[in-house]
Design a protein around this ligand. Structure first.
Ligand SMILES: Nc1nc2c(c(=O)[nH]1)N[C@H]1C(S)=C(S)[C@@H](COP(=O)(O)O)O[C@H]1N2
Ligand SMILES: [Mo]
Length: 315
């Protein structure tokens, strides 16, 4: 993510990515050479370490069957500005975040507002394995096996009123725990939002795990949003508040750079307002880029929500 527009776009992110991919390929080649493995085979280091498990999750028909991105990539290449603006240090810096106990407050235009402990949220909602494509606006993508539950389950429990047109999500604000919040690189706390029908959509989940284990901190522990047809920045991490509101919330990246980031931010290969062309993407671990798909390939499920809307205007 970039805060400023040209001319000071130092493509540091892009360079980062190139360096990262180069390093990764080198490591993969080296380990394949020594162990005689095929590049794409899952090795022990690709699987989660001994984090606490979660209740059993059932597979979801919404999962993609594409090859999953290895665990070590999903957990070592993160955007989490509360910890750092580079993608490598959240893996270590986020380790100290206290994620238990943790509560999520649900309030606003609902009949049954409440505050839920994280364990309670997990207990109340049957978990599912959801293997989703994840597309960052910076041009990289992954395939991530989340564990979570549909957000619409929680929404039904709190009974939104007719005034609930949008849902606003807020990340923890605690500069002692989140060192990035001591700088004003973004306006804190991180805020995201969805239209109520997007929030109710069966593809929209709250994720509490990854690869069958609890979420590592750098991926948004203990609970984060996942909206697979939108750019990654919509999928807000480490949520403490979910509010039902009448007006479209002012979200963090729209507030920072309104010309670049829109409220909707549906993945769209034709996007031309962004700094980067969105036409293609690099799947982490792949050498060649691949074409980006409208709605990140989830158009069949979500396109009807945007019928009649000018997607260039509402980007
Ligand atoms: N609170 C918070 N949520 C966030 C971010 C962030 O910096 N802070 N980064 C976003 C961006 S740009 C992306 S691409 C995804 C990255 O999720 P991942 O690290 O689990 O892949 O998280 C999103 N959610
Ligand atoms: Mo992103």
């Amino acid at each position: 993510m970039l805060i400023s527009k040209p001319p000071d776009i130092p493509p540091s992110e892009i360079t980062d990515e190139a360096v990262y991919n180069g390093r990764r390929r080198f490591l993969a080649a080296a380990s394949a050479a020594t162990a005689g493995l095929f590049l794409n085979r899952v090795s022990a280091a690709d699987l989660p370490p001994d984090l606490p498990g979660l209740p059993p999750a059932r597979p979801s028909p919404f999962s993609t069957h594409e090859r999953k991105t290895p665990y070590r990539d999903i957990t070592n290449y993160n955007n989490f500005y509360e910890f750092a603006t580079d993608k490598y240090s959240p893996a270590t810096l986020a380790a100290s975040l206290t994620t238990r106990p943790w509560t999520v407050t649900v309030d606003g235009a609902v009949r049954r507002p409440g505050t839920y402990g994280i364990e309670e949220l997990i207990r109340m909602n049957p978990l599912e394995d959801r293997i989703y494509r994840h597309r960052c606006v910076e041009g990289w993508s992954m395939v991530i096996p989340w564990v979570g539950f549909p957000l619409n389950r929680l929404i039904r429990q709190v009974e939104p009123t007719g005034n609930a047109r949008f849902v606003k999500f807020v990340t923890l604000y605690d500069p002692r725990e989140m060192p990035g919040q001591r700088s004003d690189i973004l306006h804190w706390p991180y805020v995201e939002g969805l239209r109520i029908d997007e929030a109710m959509h069966p593809l929209t989940i709250l994720a509490v795990g990854l690869y069958g284990r609890v979420l590592p901190n750098q991926d948004g522990a203990p609970v984060r949003l996942v909206v697979p047809w939108k750019y990654g920045f919509k999928s807000i991490k480490s949520i403490v508040r979910i509010s039902f509101v009448e007006k479209q919330p002012l979200t963090t990246w729209v507030r920072a750079v309104p010309s670049e980031y829109g409220f909707y931010s549906n993945v769209n290969p034709r996007d031309d307002h962004t700094l980067w062309s969105q036409a293609r993407e690099r799947r982490i671990g792949d050498f060649f880029k691949r074409p980006t798909l409208l709605f990140n390939g989830y158009g069949e499920q979500v396109a009807q929500m945007y019928r009649g809307m000018d997607l260039d205007k509402y980007f």
